[in-house]
Write a protein that binds this ligand. Structure first.
Ligand SMILES: Cc1ncc(COP(=O)(O)O)c(C=O)c1O
Length: 382
């Protein structure tokens, strides 16, 4: 089968892995970077003190007991419900694979993390979508999702907090949706990779405690550790778990006991790790709000209710690619909307830059105000 180019990751890789890398990364969907040494120094390091004796065999396919215990504690569920995966990416692929049968379909949001529809189709699923509409503040409601569910639907997915819009589906709506789908024997997948990063509102419980849900989580987003490549599934259904664990064995056999040990240590210290992201995101949101207010005639946006990204748009409806290229040349990375099939938008991440976010927005202001002198601005600011 033909897989379309992964435009978002190609764009990000061009600038992130350049030498030197882009100066200000406002495209990333993750949190501030962690050096391994800083992670090791968290807590009393007890979880990692025996690392030298760790056997580098396969880990159990469902993940080590120590890591599953930490994931379960974070979501307040039974550790037996937890299956460790290679990032949320593998968790999602396992779910698509399990749901796949001739004519079956999955219901996904639009816009969405671009790998979702591509990989669902790669596993043979048809895709139906429900729109997160900017005029309604990218609202996520059970009604809207249910309107896209049909006879052939085998799986429904919500992503809350949502990448790229920062929208949050209220807990009561998730519960209503899960209950409605249960009558139709359709499980609800809740991609919670940004849980528990909510802005302003009290942190709701994980959807993992709701019947008829399968929760997908990871260390990449709210825990800001994408390089560990750890994700998980939480499913109370024992027979489905058995099939998911088998799939995991087929896909990658198991995770690495080394990264699973580091991940368990990270999760044992999650308050500190998430606290750092909260502090960075809160400070950057203030600067971002000022910036958006100052450019309200040119840019539309919806302030984020959760997560680390927003999805502004050019009010004149033009393609944001030219602006994103000009900004990249000036040292600031946005992710252009064409990567999300929404060309007048761009994704702006406010979680990664622990410093320099306001300076980056000053460069963006210069570029927005002097579109014909982009290269001059770039030269002056670099
Ligand atoms: C909503 C969402 N789910 C899942 C993933 C997959 O992340 P990972 O494989 O790093 O856990 C991403 C990555 O950007 C994402 O944005």
């Amino acid at each position: 089968m033909r897989i379309p180019p992964f435009l978002l990751d190609q764009w990000l890789a061009t600038y992130e892995f350049a030498s030197p890398p882009i100066r200000y990364n406002l495209a990333s969907s993750t949190g501030p970077r962690w050096a391994f040494g800083d992670l090791l120094a968290l807590g009393d390091g007890a979880g990692l003190k025996d690392l030298g004796e760790l056997r580098l065999s396969y880990a159990p396919p469902q993940g080590t007991a120590a890591l599953r215990k930490q994931v379960a504690a974070m979501h307040d569920v039974d550790p037996d419900w937890v299956i460790i995966t290679t990032g949320a990416s593998e968790a999602l692929s396992a779910l698509y694979c399990l749901a796949s049968e001739p004519g079956a379909s999955i219901t996904l949001p639009f816009p969405v993390f671009p790998a979702m529809p591509v990989m669902a189709r790669a596993w043979g699923l048809n895709v139906s979508t429900y729109a997160l509409d900017r005029d309604s503040g990218f609202k996520q409601s059970a009604e809207r999702v249910l309107a896209a569910v049909g006879e052939s639907t085998r799986l429904v997915l919500v992503n809350t907090p949502h990448n790229p819009t920062g929208s949050v589906m209220p807990y009561t709506e998730i519960a209503r949706l899960a209950a409605n789908l249960e009558h139709r024997l359709i499980p609800l997948v809740v991609d919670e990779v940004y849980h528990p990063l909510y802005h302003g509102a009290p942190v709701p419980a994980s959807a993992a405690k709701l019947p008829n849900t399968i929760v997908v989580g990871d260390l990449s987003k709210a825990l800001s550790l994408p390089g560990l490549r750890i994700g998980w599934l939480i499913d109370r259904d024992a027979s489905r778990r058995e099939r998911l664990i088998d799939l995991r064995s087929y896909f990658t056999i198991s995770g690495s006991p080394l990264t699973e040990a580091i991940a368990a240590h990270a999760l044992a210290n999650r308050d500190e790790i998430i606290g750092r992201l909260r502090a960075v995101a809160a400070a950057n949101r203030v600067a971002l709000t000022d910036f958006m207010n100052a450019h309200a005639d040119t840019l539309g946006w919806v302030a984020p209710a959760g997560g680390t990204t927003v999805f502004p748009w050019l009010r004149d409806g033009s393609d944001a690619r030219e602006l994103c290229v000009a900004l990249a040349n000036a040292g600031v990375l946005f992710a252009p909307g064409y990567c999300f099939d929404a060309p007048e938008h761009f994704r702006l991440g406010f979680g990664m830059q622990s410093e320099g976010f306001a300076q980056a927005l000053n460069i963006v202001s210069d570029v927005l105000r002097a579109p014909r002198e982009l290269s001059a601005v770039a030269g002056a600011r670099r």
